[in-house]
Design a protein around this ligand. Structure first.
Ligand SMILES: [Mg+2]
Length: 312
């Protein structure tokens, strides 16, 4: 499938067709709220470090800590958005060094991005779990990525094809002297994409702001789990939790868990665990526990729908 907004190929789409506003699900022939969405942050959640640190920054000879410090200081001083500032600074520095990095180079950089243990096998393992534990026919599982990082780098990683859709920051490459931000996904901006998944409006050219009754939304928040690692995920976790969804916070295996404890105590997340995605890990077991609940809730909702339909 081709994303009209960029012309690039998006990950394969599976499952139910998108339900648009106004689609009367009450008259649907089948109960259609059976899609589960697992939504991930990338940097620090699926990968130990920010994705630009694996290849882009080394290629332009920039020290990661110094780069982020400079970018954040610039944003503070100029009262600029920190994400627009970093996207601009990356290419400004590349140009200063005479290094040209185009779209294809970014995709190639993605191959060097490290993932936390177990991530590559996680998608099949979770898929098998849902398949084995679904109590009603036709439950579908999707994985989504929402990242402030660069979609081209994500595209080069081995797990890109696992995602139903990837929402990440992106550049225009041709229209300007330097690549220019086309889409910037800020911390709060991430929540927009949660609503896009919830409402089934994943075409980024379509407005998300139109009202849609809960009944018409193809993936209820209660069918969603958000995975994140820190403060930048707080708006997304808050949206999830306020709307009946779920959230899990992760920290580096053998690393500090203080941030997760803080998120947990503030009830931003249901659970936290080390970012070890291997079968049988704490993260795996706690995710399965939430999936058990989601699967049971789907079964209950379907039975209610069936009962209600018989009364009309
Ligand atoms: Mg993160």
């Amino acid at each position: 499938m081709v994303d009209r907004s960029s012309g690039r190929h998006r990950p394969a789409h599976h499952g139910a067709p998108q339900v648009r506003a106004g689609a009367p699900s009450a008259s649907a022939a089948k109960f259609d709220k059976k899609t589960i969405a697992l939504v991930y942050d990338f940097d620090g959640t699926l990968s130990p470090r920010p994705m630009q640190e694996y290849a882009f920054l080394p290629q332009i000879g920039a020290d990661p800590a110094a780069f982020w410090a400079e970018s954040n200081a610039l944003a503070r001083e100029g009262r600029a958005d920190p994400l627009i500032t970093y996207m601009h600074l990356l290419y400004k520095k590349a140009k200063e060094k005479g290094v040209r990095i185009d779209r294809r180079d970014l995709v190639a950089q993605g191959r060097q991005v490290a993932l936390f243990p177990g991530v590559e096998k996680w998608f099949d393992a979770i898929g098998a779990y849902v398949k084995g534990h679904g109590q009603s026919h036709g439950v579908a599982l999707r994985h989504y990525l929402i990242s402030s990082g660069l979609s081209e780098i994500v595209e080069g990683t081995s797990i890109y094809r696992r995602f139903h859709n990837v929402f990440a920051s992106e550049y225009w490459f041709d229209a300007y002297d330097l690549p220019y931000p086309k889409r910037v996904i800020t911390d709060t901006g991430k929540t927009q994409y949660l609503f896009r998944i919830n409402k089934g409006i994943e075409d980024l050219g379509a407005s998300i702001n139109q009202h849609m009754p809960e009944d018409n939304r193809p993936i209820p928040f209660s069918n969603m789990i958000y995975f994140g690692d820190g403060d930048t995920d707080v708006p997304s976790m808050a949206v999830m939790r306020k709307n009946g969804g779920h959230a899990i916070a992760v920290y580096p295996p053998r690393g500090a868990r203080a941030k997760c404890v803080e998120l947990f105590k503030a009830q931003r997340c249901d659970f936290f665990a080390p970012a070890d995605y291997s079968i049988g890990s704490e993260l795996f077991k706690r995710t399965c526990l939430l999936l058990d609940r989601i699967l049971a809730d789907i079964r209950v909702a379907e039975e209610k729908w069936r009962l209600g339909r018989g009364l009309r």
